[in-house]
Design a protein around this ligand. Structure first.
Ligand code: PLP
Length: 389
């Protein structure tokens, strides 16, 4: 069948592909440890579920405004502003089904065909996909292992030109768990202002950080609020991946355009889900803190365990729930190794190349699984690697 140019470049997300293969193996009777898909292993917190079911029982089963319930936008403006230390108005907040619409629709509104967009490499695969749909050109800036996967600023500077329309940041990062230092953000902000470039800052992991990592939004730098789109959501922080709830924060005029795109593309976000979102923000926060403390324990266990396997080198991520070990010493490509670990060890992980060429020689493992399974995975990976080292 013939497709338009705007969709023919699209490919499935590596995580979903690996999940399908791992599930097939499970159906054949293999016991698989899932470290491929990036989502919390525990259910949505009880008070949030209750708020969602109450909303349904109370009859909140109809359309809501395309940009989100006024009450949710208000609460989001307060919470997101307080968290980042900036003032945000409800008119700057657009709610969508998941965080992805806050990436996709602002990109549709801002990127012209032929515009260049700088993206991190390795980076979340949706970035290049949505830039392609907009007719733009993704331009990769490498993330360096030796600086805990922050930008190579010299290369970054060399990539900026008069066709650069937008820069995408993702800190803490999927897939590396790296956090961009404030000095890099300052540099990027100055370049963006000088060259009149938009910044799309994907901050979906901003509340999942460790060791007092300095998680700063680029929107807080002078002159940046008017050229920054913040993408954030409920999926990871509140274990709400299946509820589909996220939001974008952007200048009001852009928010109005994005709301029109939402009107015509999705209508609105599920209304009861938005009521659950209000409870997530306004209700007790100790469960989020407890989850982050758990992730930290698991991170330490996994990083220590991986570093004790001959041939594996793993940096300590400062955020999100991913590790990105370097396995290049085995002399095989990342895809081969990911397939080998699935077949030989029953551990599902992703090849770093699922996130771009910059992921070559690396794997991504999600540590949002319990410690017992992490230990079992480490034993199995150790044994499998000892056969090829
Ligand atoms: N941004 C990043 C970096 C992610 O890792 C994800 C999900 O994995 C998203 C955005 C999308 O989040 P949501 O499921 O809320 O659309």
């Amino acid at each position: 069948m013939e497709f338009t140019e705007r969709v023919s470049h699209l490919a499935p997300e590596g995580a979903y592909q690996m999940l399908v293969r791992a599930n097939e193996m499970e159906a054949e009777g293999h016991e698989i440890i899932h470290m491929e898909i990036g989502q919390p292993d525990f259910p949505t917190f009880e008070n949030i579920v209750k708020a969602g079911t109450n909303a349904l029982e109370e009859g909140h089963t109809r359309y809501s405004p395309s940009g989100g319930l006024g009450s949710l936008r208000q609460v989001l403006a307060e919470h997101a502003g307080k968290f980042r230390g900036i003032e945000i108005h409800a008119s700057q907040v657009v709610v969508g089904p998941g965080a992805k619409p806050a990436l996709f629709f602002p990109t549709m509104a801002l990127v012209h065909p032929g515009d260049e967009v700088i993206i991190p490499d390795p980076g979340f695969p949706t970035y290049s996909a949505m830039i392609g749909v907009a007719g733009g050109i993704p331009v990769q800036v490498p993330l360096l292992e030796e600086t805990d996967f922050s930008f190579d600023l010299e290369i970054f500077d060399s990539l900026v030109n008069d066709r650069t329309r937008m820069i995408i940041l993702n800190s803490p990062s999927n897939p590396t768990g790296g956090v961009l230092p404030p000095s890099s953000l300052d540099h990027i902000a100055q370049v963006a202002i000088k060259n009149d470039i938009w910044v799309l800052s994907d901050e979906i992991y901003a509340r999942i950080t460790y060791d007092d990592a300095p998680v700063v939004s680029i929107a807080t730098f002078p002159g940046m609020a008017e050229r920054t789109v913040i993408c954030d959501g409920f999926s990871k922080t509140f274990a709400m991946t299946g509820w589909r709830l996220g939001f974008g924060i952007m200048p009001e005029t852009l928010a109005e355009r994005v709301e029109l795109l939402l009107t015509h593309a999705i209508g609105c976000t599920a209304t009861f889900t938005q009521y659950a979102g209000i409870e997530a923000l306004e209700g007790p926060q100790h469960q989020v803190e407890a989850a982050v403390a758990k992730y930290k324990e698991r991170r330490d266990l996994l990083v220590d365990g991986l570093n004790s396997i001959p041939g594996v080198k793993c940096r300590m991520p400062q955020g999100a729930f991913y590790v990105f070990p370097n396995v290049s010493s085995f002399g095989r490509d990342s895809e081969w190794i990911a397939n080998y670990l699935l077949e030989e060890a029953g551990v599902a992980v992703l090849p770093g190349t699922a996130f771009g060429n910059g992921g070559s020689g690396f794997l991504r493992l999600c540590f949002a699984i319990d410690a017992v399974r992490i230990e079992l995975a480490l034993d199995r990976i150790h044994e499998a690697f000892s056969k090829i080292f």
